[in-house]
Design a protein around this ligand. Structure first.
Ligand code: DGJ
Length: 750
């Protein structure tokens, strides 16, 4: 299994290998017996060609043709090499995974850098290659290929890690080492995944605050589709997964290839189609001027770049889900029902009020109670206090904080606490004591955002300040969960320590801080939140246990946000709360059944002032909590399916257990359809050879209340049908207004 990027360290001095006595070609001849390597896993084949000069290229990344022996691989190399392009270079080469301009490649270079303006067009040769588990070993389990390449003229070494995980994901990472005496300035290092010419359409995600991960599509035209993240965080508008696929590819159809850059700082992904026919997805970190300058022996590591292939977007997502679930540190225990107090109290912290909320939470079955922003320093609103991570005397003094923590524990709930560790208000003791720890450019502070500035964690003192304050609180109060927030873009994020742009170092420092806190607080779970869902990527998830997908709890919006967050993350990693009837962010009024059914398809929680809810509402909510607890085993391990029905007016989301014995589907009307009732709905993912009992889902006492104005005949007492009928013929669903839920539960007969 791939390891989290070890930790993308700039400035790691290493001894430089002395190979002066051996030419690059001699070394290569000795250490690379096989120039074609095939890795296979979960229906995917990755076939890599290591040329005698230049960097490796993928001969094939896609569906698995079965194991190929050396002779067959050589024949394939002959068969698939394109003829020279008209008016192109005389010796055409397959575009490599880090495309090099010297080969005649006219797209963006994989490595952009120079040594005082020389060494700007490296020409690498692979000097060693080690593969683990290539075909014909145990071919179904994936494997790795570690390559070392050098350019003795540019005086650079490149180490490449190429992996096919057991779940069929490609993972690539590159490390660039300066072998020369003078510094080497890096502009960018991108890794590329080639896609075939039948990948005619592109899809990626966009978005904004409270409306994250909105899909956008376009033809894969000649030129570059470039998505840059320059916010110093992953971003609410991040591409997240850039997909190229066959025309009209959808959740269940069309071959497709996707890329994700696992990084929480500045980054870029691009889809490039050049005149000579190649199409490639490229991704890496976006470096600001001067951020990475390698002294002799220093090494820069790229983020990990992931590739996912399959037929349909669900298959692409499924590979990420399977991969995440296979990690040893994937949250193993049942995902506890959360109560977060933010939308219930905002900054109005008061022991009696919050204690009453805890009582109400415990009554409906909450298992984790989270105190949000407002408990520390001078934080009475959002203008002050960030950076001072000690309990506020004003609201929580005289032992009141301890009383709350003890009360929550006595109610049988775990206690969670909010932090925003990378941020500082200018009105804080920390900023007054250490103005030099605020990120800035040439003595000029950045423009404020939410009245806050960014704390430069690359200063050892700043790092230590935050680390020690957080660890002390976690230990003193037995805190089981941290909501780790990050509420502004990094604008003009320079470091007073180096005088240079500091986003790269800040991002690595955040990873170190999270790693350190996790190490010192065993069992602590952390949520990645950033103005809602602005930090959702696979590198932050190596150190955190769920994401807060959005600041909008409006279930209509959440349906879309969760549907597309699922392109990367399985439901158990995506916090999803039941809010109040009127959404605080959109003003939309939604029934409890729809709000709760939407939250079911994530890590379920509540963010609502239950002390103001009616008894009937609390009783219904408690029933939904019981239902979630009953089904979370299925929802948090099963296969996710998504479908657009009736021209997109009807959405189906479902989770099917891996043994296909049980499933839960949610059908919602997004828009009132032009004809009514809608047609039969197919239930994907079931075993055609089994018989299933199909019943209306949701807590039984509240099924009738879900605003169906006409139900099909089977709705009351259920129906028993073969899987082949459910997947191929379909069933009728209740006629319902938009933004109401029809849950369908399916269980195999023994
Ligand atoms: C932004 C988060 O997304 C909210 O849930 C809340 O924690 C606020 N910050 C607190 O300031």
């Amino acid at each position: 299994m791939t390891q989290p990027a070890d930790p993308l360290v700039e400035g790691e001095a290493e001894s430089i290998p002395d190979r002066a006595t051996q030419s690059i070609a001699e070394q290569a001849a000795q250490s690379i017996p096989d120039r074609h390597v095939q890795l296979r896993a979960a229906g995917v084949s990755l076939i890599v060609h290591i040329p005698e000069v230049g960097l490796p290229a993928f001969m094939h990344w896609g569906s698995d043709p079965g194991p190929l022996d050396r002779q067959q691989l050589e024949q394939l190399a002959l068969a698939e090499g394109a003829p020279p392009a008209a008016n192109g270079v005389d010796e055409p080469r397959a575009v490599s995974i880090m495309p090099e301009p010297w080969t005649g490649w006219t797209g963006a270079p994989g490595l952009d850098g120079h040594r005082a303006w020389r060494g700007w067009s490296p020409r690498f040769t692979v000097t060693s290659a080690t593969s683990v588990n290539p075909v014909p070993g145990d071919g179904a389990r994936g494997g790795t290929l570690e390559l070392e390449a050098r350019d003795d003229v540019a005086e650079l070494q490149l180490d490449l890690h190429i992996e096919l995980t057991p779940t069929g994901l490609v993972v690539m990472q590159a490390h660039v080492t300066n072998l020369g005496a003078d510094p080497y300035t890096l502009g960018s290092v991108s890794l590329g995944l080639p896609v075939p010419t039948r990948a005619d359409e592109l899809l990626d995600l966009a978005g904004r605050w409270a409306k994250e991960r909105v899909p956008q599509r376009r033809p894969f035209a000649v030129g570059t589709h470039l998505r840059e993240g320059r916010r110093g965080r992953t971003g609410s508008d991040a591409a997240t997964v850039l997909v190229a696929g066959e025309q009209s590819f959808g959740f269940d159809r069309g071959e497709a290839w996707g890329m994700h850059v696992a990084f929480s700082g500045n980054h870029q992904v691009r889809a490039e189609r050049v005149a000579s026919g190649e199409r490639i997805l490229l991704g890496g970190e976006l470096l600001l001027p001067g951020e990475v300058e390698l002294a002799r022996g220093e090494r820069y590591s790229t983020p990990r770049v992931f590739g996912t292939h399959g037929v349909g977007l669900d298959a692409l997502a499924g590979r990420f889900h399977d991969h995440l679930r296979s990690r040893p540190h994937h949250p193993g225990r049942d995902r506890p029902v959360v109560m977060n107090v933010w939308e219930a109290v905002y900054f109005t912290h008061d022991l009696d009020r919050i204690t009453a909320l805890a009582d109400a939470a415990a009554q409906v079955g909450v298992e984790r109670f989270v105190l949000d922003d407002g408990w520390f320093g001078g934080r009475r609103d959002d203008t002050a206090g960030l950076g001072d991570w000690t309990i506020s005397d004003v609201v929580w003094g005289d032992g009141r904080f301890r009383r709350l923590v003890d009360h929550v524990a006595a109610l049988g709930m775990e206690f969670g606490l909010w932090f925003e560790p990378e941020m500082v208000n200018e009105d804080s003791d920390l900023a007054r004591a250490h103005p030099e720890w605020l990120m800035q450019v040439d003595g000029r502070l950045p423009v404020e955002s939410r009245f806050q500035q960014v704390l430069d964690l690359s200063h050892p003192g700043a790092f230590e300040h935050v680390r020690s304050q957080i660890v002390a609180l976690v230990r003193d109060y037995d805190i089981g969960f941290i909501k780790w927030d990050h509420n502004r873009d990094l604008v003009d994020a320079g470091s007073t320590r180096t005088g240079r742009a500091g986003v790269h170092e800040q991002t690595l420092a955040v990873y170190r801080l999270l790693d350190e806190i996790k190490r010192q607080c065993p069992g602590l779970e952390i949520e990645s939140c950033s103005s809602g869902g602005s930090r959702v990527d696979l590198e932050i998830l190596e150190r955190t246990d769920r994401v807060w997908a959005s600041d909008t709890i409006d279930a209509h919006e959440r349906q879309q946000i969760q549907r597309w967050t699922a392109q990367l993350l399985p439901p158990e990693l995506v916090g999803s709360h039941v809010g109040s009837q009127r959404s605080h962010t959109t003003g939309r009024m939604l029934d409890l059944s729809f709000r709760a059914a939407t939250a079911l398809f994530g890590h379920f929680g509540i963010e609502w002032d239950l002390t103001a809810a009616t008894d009937a509402e609390r009783a219904e909510l408690a029933a939904w909590v019981r239902y979630y607890k009953q089904l979370r085993g299925l929802l948090h391990t099963g296969t996710v399916v998504r479908r657009d029905l009736e021209g997109g007016d009807l959405w189906l989301n479902g989770v099917i257990s891996t043994d296909r014995a049980e499933a839960l589907y949610l059908v919602t009307v997004r828009e009132r359809h032009i004809t009514w009732p809608v047609g039969r709905v197919l239930l994907p993912g079931l075993d055609p050879d089994r018989s299933y009992r199909v019943t209306a889902g949701g807590p039984s006492a509240f099924r009738a209340a879900s605003n169906h104005w006409a139900d099909p005949a089977w709705w009351r007492d259920g129906v028993t049908l073969p899987g082949s009928v459910l997947v191929g013929v379909g069933i009728a669903i209740p006629a319902q207004d938009p933004d109401h839920a029809a849950l369908i539960h399916v269980a195999a007969l023994r």
